[in-house]
Design a protein. Structure first.
Length: 490
């Protein structure tokens, strides 16, 4: 079999090849098909061998994949510090840490092979994705294998039934099926995995073609088109007021029921009445992001619908919004980090109301976490609003991945979603993952689209079961490997 011969001939390079293939699926290459074959060489390298060999194989794969996924850290740090050499340090440390998770995946997947249960491999992979997405302090759901499919809505509908992690497991099941076939494994595994895969695919397509039922609602997303990260403050303020006034006027002229503006362009020193860069008009409710308070300081969403209300961010960015070890790691001062830490909102995830309409504000980094959006849906939110400022990372793969994560949040919750960013990506997504409107990067624009607000609660109660099941798999696998093993049939 030619394909099998090619894979075997790669030898020790198989993890390296898998890492490169998986990167091919992401920005800037956008070869989404690669996710379905990228893991195959690496999976085959984990058959047999010791736990140490599996760790090494996984760590090599993770280091290649992590370095490519996290290159935006180097680009950002260089722009921030002006020091190309210094900027490589956080990139290297983050890549080394990221590789630990994939090394763990390697050990678990080896256990699946040794138990003659390759059908567990997708659950093991997804379980590690869940773990690294929610591990305390360092939670960072970046580079999930499902993200490259965000632009193909029929293939991601499974996220509605089991979050993005179910879509990840489905993708890995395809990789695993190819690996079993190339390894000459028993056909019973292939038959079962093919049937399960087709069921998941059918559920995805079925969700995508179903029509949402509810109330039409016109929403507007504003993109000022101004670099808020590295521009001159005086020029920023002048241009921001001109752009936002034009956006607010356009939203009112379009008859929008809600306007969403980005994070970081307003602020309230005390109370909940922010200083905003536009002339407040009572016609169209406006949701905008900024900071609130001093000691403690919160990253917040402010809603004006005749009166002001707010919701504070609950999931903060490590080294961006809070800095562990600030006072006892001398090297941190060289990176010119922000002086004060932000605080997480004490009231938890808070849904805001514009009249009878319930809005789930999601502030920048929070858009990476399925549970934030699900909590809004559980609170009765009818639409999600992501406010972001991605100017720090423009020109890298980071804004594209944040955009893709937002699309998954809409599919998971069954809610339409508006994403407003200062220079991009600004878009409006329906509850099936279809992008209705998207603004060109860097342009001042006001997008408007009519979405459907759900007439009944979305499917949120099932959200915990699949991720929890995957976590259970990665906890139980080490114990299962101690059981007497059946003779391998592969």
């Amino acid at each position: 079999m030619k394909a099998s011969f090619v894979v075997r001939s790669l030898g020790a390079w198989r993890p390296f090849v898998s890492g490169l293939l998986l990167l091919l699926a992401f920005e800037p290459f956008h070869q989404s098909w690669a996710v379905f074959v990228a893991l195959v060489p690496w999976l085959l390298s984990l058959r047999g061998g010791s736990v140490k060999d599996a760790w090494k194989s996984g760590y090599m794969f993770g280091l290649i994949y992590g370095a490519g996924q996290l290159h935006w850290i180097q680009a950002f740090a260089e722009r921030w510090t002006g020091d190309a050499a210094l900027s490589c340090l956080p990139w290297a440390l983050a890549s080394l840490a990221f590789a630990v998770y994939i090394g763990l995946s390697g050990i678990l997947i080896r256990a699946c092979w040794s138990l003659d249960a390759p059908w567990l491999i997708p659950f093991a992979w997804a379980g590690v994705e869940v773990f690294r997405s929610y591990v305390p302090v360092f939670a960072f759901p970046w580079g999930l294998i499902a993200y490259p499919l965000a632009g193909i809505p029929p293939l991601i509908g499974s996220a509605h039934f089991g979050t993005v992690f179910l879509t990840s497991a489905w993708i890995v099941s395809v990789d695993t099926a190819f690996a079993i076939a190339l390894a000459g494994g028993e056909r019973r595994f292939l038959r079962r995995m093919c049937v399960a895969g087709m069921v998941v695919l059918a559920a995805s397509v079925g969700y995508w073609i179903s029509k949402p039922k509810g109330t039409p609602f016109k929403v507007c997303a504003g993109q000022p088109g101004i670099d808020m990260a590295f521009g001159q403050p005086t020029a920023i303020n002048r241009l921001l007021r001109t752009a936002c006034d034009a956006i607010v006027t356009q939203a009112n002229d379009l008859g929008a029921n809600l306007l969403v503006l980005p994070e970081g362009i307003s602020g309230a020193r005390d109370g909940v009445t922010p200083i905003v860069p536009y002339t407040v008009q009572p016609k169209c409710p406006v949701l905008i992001g900024g900071q609130r308070g001093e000691n403690p300081t919160y990253q917040s969403a402010f809603l004006f619908d005749g009166t002001w209300s707010h919701a504070d961010k609950t999931r903060l960015v490590i080294f961006g919004e809070f800095v562990p070890g600030r006072d006892w790691i001398p090297l941190l001062s060289a990176f010119k980090l922000p002086r004060g830490d932000l605080s997480a909102g004490a009231d938890g995830v808070t849904t805001l109301y514009a009249g009878p309409i319930a809005i789930g504000p999601v502030i920048c980094f929070e858009g990476l976490f399925p549970d934030i959006a699900y909590q809004h849906a559980a609170h009765g939110a009818q639409i999600l609003a992501v406010m972001s400022i991605d100017d720090w990372y423009m020109g890298t793969s980071a804004p594209s991945e944040l955009r893709d994560a937002s699309i998954f949040r809409a599919v998971e919750t069954g809610l339409p979603l508006v994403r407003a960013a200062t220079t991009g990506h600004t878009l409006i997504v329906d509850s099936r993952g279809n992008v209705l409107r998207e603004a060109p990067i860097g342009r001042t624009d006001a997008l408007a689209a009519t979405v459907t607000l759900p007439s009944r609660p979305s499917l949120v109660d099932l959200s915990i079961f699949f991720p929890a099941g995957c976590l259970a798999v990665i906890v139980l696998l080490p114990a299962l490997t101690r059981w007497p093993k059946k003779p391998s049939s592969s």
